[in-house]
Design a binder for this molecule. Structure first.
Ligand code: PLP
Length: 372
C-alpha cells in the first residue's frame, strides 16, 4: 500500500484504500453503458444497506453531503410544511439554516451538545402543534460524536403520523438503519464517510410513495430530487455532468464494504478503533466528553487540557509531522478537539496514532490534563 499520504483521523474525507484510489485512474463516458450499469448497481446496493428495496428509492446527487441535505429538505417539504428540527450540534443547526434559506416554516427543539433529544419532549411538541409535518434529526451528531436515539424518535413520529427525515451522513454503513425496523421518509448520506469512498456525491434514500408526490416542491432545478429521480429512472443517466471518477471509486468502495461483511463488520472495526483510541487517550490523561453509552464509534471528542503548554495548533502540527491529521473541536460548550475512528484504518493505525500522540505530549511537556 502506498502510504506517504497522511492518515486522516477526521470525520471525512477519510483515508481510502489503494484499491479505491486506483479505480480513478481512468476515464469514463457518462452516457456509456458501463457507467450506467455501475450507477444502477450503486443505487441498488445502497438501498439494500437499509433493507429499503421494497419501500425506498435511491437518489444520488453531485456535491458534498450538505448539497443532498439541502436538496432533500427542499424536495420533500411542501412549501406550506413545517419542520421540527432536533438540534444538539452544528449539523442540526445547519438543517435549520437551510430551512431558513428556503423560506420553509420550522421550529427547533434543542438540547446541549452532550445530550440526546428527549422523546418525551418530542411527544409533547407534536401533541401541541398539529402543523408540524416533518421531524428532522441527525443520527450521529458529528459535532460531538453523540449517537441520537433515532429508532425511539421514529416511534414517536409515527405515533403522531408525521414524517421523519434522518441525516445519517456520518453513521451510514457503520450504524444500522433499517426501513423494516422503523419508519422514515428519507435517510441522507454521502460517499466519503463510513462507506470510505472519495468526496463528491451524496444520496438520499427516499420512500417511493412520498417522492412520487413531491413534484413542484423544489426551489432549485439542480437540487430537485424529484426531477433527478424521474430522469434517472427514465434512462439510468444523470441529468447534469456526474463526477464520474468519484462514482466509479464509490462503486469500488461499496464492493469492498460488502466483501468486508457490510454494516456489522464495519461497525466492529470502527468500534474496536474507538475503544482502543479512548483507552489509549484516557491512559495518557485525556478526558473524553461523552459517556460510553452516548458515544458513537465514529469520532471522539476530547477535552482540551488547560495546561498552557498544550496549544492545539502546535499539537496538530507535530502530529501532522508524524503523518496523522486530527480535527479541531466544534463544540460551543467547551474547548475540545476530535479524533476520528473511521476510514480505511484499523487497530495498527490507531496504535501508531496513539504512539504519535504520546510522543507529541512528551515533546510539548504537557503534564496537566485537567480542563476548564
Ligand atoms: C459530514 C456531515 C454532513 C455533510 O457535510 P459536508 O461537509 O457537506 O459533506 C452533514 N451532516 C453530518 C452529520 C455530517 O457528519
Amino acid at each position: 500500500m502506498r502510504q506517504r499520504d497522511p492518515w486522516l483521523l477526521t470525520p471525512g474525507p477519510l483515508t481510502t484504500s489503494s484499491e479505491t484510489k486506483d479505480t480513478m485512474l481512468h476515464d469514463w463516458g457518462s452516457r456509456d453503458d458501463t457507467f450506467i450499469a455501475t450507477n444502477k448497481s450503486i443505487r441498488e446496493n445502497l438501498l439494500e444497506i437499509i433493507d429499503g428495496q421494497e419501500s425506498h428509492v435511491c437518489v444520488p446527487l453531485q456535491g458534498s453531503g450538505t448539497f443532498v441535505v439541502e436538496a432533500t429538505l427542499g424536495s420533500l417539504l411542501p412549501r406550506d410544511g413545517k419542520a421540527l428540527v432536533l438540534v444538539n450540534g452544528a449539523y442540526g443547526k445547519r438543517m435549520s439554516k437551510i430551512l431558513h434559506y428556503l423560506g420553509r416554516g420550522y421550529e427547533i427543539m434543542e438540547t446541549s451538545e452532550d445530550t440526546p433529544p428527549s422523546t418525551i419532549e418530542l411527544d409533547k411538541r407534536l401533541s401541541a402543534d398539529a402543523r408540524i409535518s416533518h421531524i428532522l434529526v441527525v443520527h450521529c451528531e458529528t459535532t460531538s460524536g453523540i449517537l441520537n436515539p433515532v429508532s425511539e424518535i421514529a416511534k414517536v413520529v409515527e405515533k403522531h403520523s408525521r414524517r421523519l427525515i434522518v441525516d445519517a451522513m456520518s453513521s451510514f454503513g457503520a450504524i444500522p438503519i433499517s426501513a423494516k425496523a422503523f419508519k422514515f421518509d428519507a435517510v441522507m448520506a454521502s460517499s466519503n464517510k463510513c462507506l470510505e469512498g472519495v468526496p463528491g456525491i451524496g444520496f438520499a434514500l427516499i420512500r417511493e410513495e412520498t417522492l412520487k408526490k413531491c413534484e413542484g416542491n423544489a426551489h432549485s432545478l439542480s437540487l430537485d430530487l424529484y426531477d433527478q429521480w424521474i430522469a434517472m429512472e427514465a434512462n439510468g443517466q444523470w441529468r447534469f455532468t456526474p463526477p464520474t471518477h468519484v462514482i466509479m471509486a464509490f462503486d469500488s468502495a461499496i464492493n469492498q464494504f460488502l466483501k468486508e461483511g457490510g454494516v456489522s463488520a464495519r461497525n466492529n472495526r470502527y468500534s474496536n478503533n474507538c475503544k482502543a483510541l479512548i483507552a489509549g487517550m484516557t491512559e495518557m490523561g485525556f478526558e473524553v466528553l461523552l459517556p460510553n453509552q452516548l458515544q458513537a464509534p465514529i469520532i471522539v471528542t476530547f477535552r482540551m487540557p488547560k495546561d498552557p503548554k498544550f496549544k492545539f495548533s502546535k499539537f496538530y502540527e507535530r502530529l501532522k509531522e508524524k503523518n496523522f491529521i486530527i480535527y479541531p473541536g466544534k463544540l460551543t460548550v467547551a474547548p475540545s478537539f476530535r479524533v476520528g475512528c473511521i476510514g480505511h484504518i484499523g487497530l495498527p493505525e490507531i496504535e501508531k496514532a496513539l504512539a504519535a500522540i504520546k510522543e507529541t505530549v512528551k515533546e510539548l511537556d504537557v503534564t496537566d490534563f485537567s480542563f476548564e
